[in-house]
Write a protein that binds this ligand. Structure first.
Ligand code: CDT
Length: 309
């Protein structure tokens, strides 16, 4: 037995527009209790877990928009989740829409320890979608309008309860640079929440591959960075928009070791031996031995494709 941590993927089914945060907190607490009963030490919840995925709407009324953000974490409605986690001794990762005291808006993930105290946070860097109203779409994806690009980089946190933990959010999981930023800090557990519509309006020909691409990118990220990855969906049909499920816990081998099979509230659990990371990090992905950063200049110098002349 190595350094074992029992991890839970706390998938949520849909959260409709008229569901209150208190309703959702109740569902999260139910998953947390279930997890505690199974010996889970850290539960990962989805991106923007507390509400419906509001970036699907063009919202022009500032007060209406403001209502989707958290200004206090925990606040009066979410504190029962923090309290219950501390009572049970279970840590969690939760995705929220954050509005700072300065009025800045971020798509944020928070890591809370088994004592109910925040360990750290991550603010989403890769914001997908568009800034302006595009009425031709069946639904909008206005993350570029409603959030700023995260200002915290890709922090990894050394924890006494789950090794070295990093967080990503949804679209981040499709970008190898995001995992590598964590891999270079020796990450052992990458926690990712997501809301992924089945239909991608600009490229409907991709729709049939949604579940495949979800696992493809997370399994590659795990293997290439010698880390466990936990990817957790808000799944099912939310306000008429279908979302993929497929929440999964992935080992550093790239293999899925536990996964959800429904589109509703569901818990998948795996015992993750963090020492497994070392086997990959000291051999094929010994980054110090094998990387050639001198040759990777384009990755930071160039944003988009410039084909050769
Ligand atoms: N939430 C989020 O980042 N969703 C995107 C949807 C596709 S891009 C419009 C994703 O990458 O899953």
């Amino acid at each position: 037995m190595g350094r074992e941590v029992v991890v839970g993927a706390g998938q949520l089914g849909p959260v409709q527009r008229d569901h209150t945060r208190a309703d959702v907190v109740e569902r999260l607490i139910a998953l947390l209790r279930r997890a505690a009963g199974l010996g889970v030490e850290l539960v990962v919840f989805p991106e923007l877990a507390l509400t419906t995925f509001f970036p699907r709407w063009w919202i022009t009324d500032p007060a209406e928009l403001d209502a989707w953000y958290e200004t206090e974490l925990p606040g009066p409605v979410t504190k029962p989740l923090w309290d219950e986690a501390a009572r049970l001794g279970v840590g969690f990762v939760l995705g929220v829409a954050e509005k700072t005291p300065e009025g800045r808006r971020f798509n944020t993930s928070i890591l809370v320890g088994p004592d109910g105290v925040e360990v750290g946070r991550y603010r989403k860097i890769h914001l997908p979608g568009h800034r302006d109203h595009e009425p031709w779409r069946a639904f909008q994806h206005l993350e570029k309008r409603y959030f700023e690009v995260g200002d915290l980089g890709f922090p990894a946190y050394r924890t006494p309860f789950a090794g070295i933990v990093g967080m990503l959010l949804c679209n981040d999981r499709r970008w190898p640079e995001a995992y590598r930023m964590l891999g270079l800090q020796g990450v052992e557990l990458v926690c990712i929440g997501y809301n992924t519509p089945v239909h991608n309006p600009p490229a409907p020909e991709h729709d049939q591959f949604g579940d495949f691409h979800n696992h493809l990118v997370m399994q590659a990220g795990a293997y290439q960075n010698a880390t466990f990855v936990v990817g957790v969906a808000k799944a099912g049909t939310e306000e008429g928009v279908d979302h993929i499920g497929g929440s999964a816990i992935i080992a550093p081998s790239g293999a899925i070791v536990a996964r959800c099979t429904t589109l509703g509230d569901e818990l998948a659990v795996a015992v993750c031996d963090l020492d497994l990371c070392r086997s990959y990090a000291t051999s094929v992905f010994d980054l110090a031995a094998h990387r050639q950063p001198d040759q990777y200049g384009l990755i930071v110098e160039r944003r988009g494709v410039v084909p050769p002349a």
